[in-house]
Design a binder for this molecule. Structure first.
Ligand SMILES: [Zn+2]
Length: 242
């Protein structure tokens, strides 16, 4: 399953949640263990920068909302640096900013307490979350019957897995590489996210450094990111226009 058009029917085939004895939650048929027969799922959609992850996250949210489902959108370090998910092609949606201290289970419980249903979570930029957040996502699926759709990078600028991405690969019911190709300058498929400082590929430093933030007086260099094929990531060749 590689895109939301393919993913949506599976999800929408589930019975729409109805009110339980508290007027919220899911009243689907239950198995002998008391859990709903139509299990929720944790899905991780990953790809390099610029492959349309946030666009897909917002499209998925739209598709589910249109069918009467209620969801929450979360993000961390969105390109807008605000509490919203924005996409390069101009879509935007308000979102809950995920912090170290935020517990996704508490977020859902608090929303339920306000009388608002939560059928699913859209977790954008999930590779920037903590590993604990991924554990909470699994708990939301298994214990709260909430679908969780996570979107993010797999690897950092060193080509190593982000801890949260690694945990998502380990725990998710379904993992899908986003199939919108991002091309390296050479025309090969872009695979890796290179960090470029002062025009050169760097391979050491903090795991998360936000690009294009050289306005501060302390920052004397320009940080940006460029998607490269493996060959040119390894050689550090940024192409003729760099
Ligand atoms: Zn290349």
């Amino acid at each position: 399953m590689t895109d939301d058009a393919a993913a949506a029917p599976t999800c929408l085939a589930r019975p729409l949640p109805g009110p339980d004895e508290n007027g919220i939650g899911c009243a689907a048929a239950r198995g002998v263990d008391g859990r709903p027969l139509h299990a929720a799922a944790l899905k991780f959609f990953w790809g390099p920068m610029d492959c349309g992850k946030s666009t897909m996250a917002l499209q998925m949210n739209y598709n589910h909302a249109r069918q009467g489902r209620r969801g929450l959108v979360t993000t961390r370090i969105d390109r807008s640096l605000g509490p919203q998910v924005t996409s390069r092609i101009g879509l935007a949606h308000s979102a809950v900013e995920v912090t170290d201290s935020l517990d996704l289970r508490t977020l859902v419980r608090d929303t339920w307490a306000e009388g608002v249903r939560v059928d699913y979570l859209i977790c954008d930029e999930a590779s920037f979350y903590n590993v604990e957040h991924v554990e909470q996502m699994a708990e939301l699926v298994d214990g709260y019957d909430v679908d969780v759709y996570a979107f993010g990078l797999a690897t950092d600028f060193r080509s190593c897995l982000f801890p949260a991405a690694q945990r998502l690969f380990e725990l998710a019911d379904e993992v899908a590489r986003i199939q919108i190709e991002v091309l390296c300058w050479c025309g090969r498929e872009g695979l890796l996210n290179a960090r470029v400082v002062d025009g050169r590929v760097v391979r050491e430093g903090a795991q998360v450094v936000i690009g294009d933030t050289a306005d501060s007086a302390e920052v004397r260099y320009q940080v940006r990111y460029q998607v490269l094929c493996r060959r040119h990531y390894r050689s550090g060749d940024l192409g003729p226009r760099s």
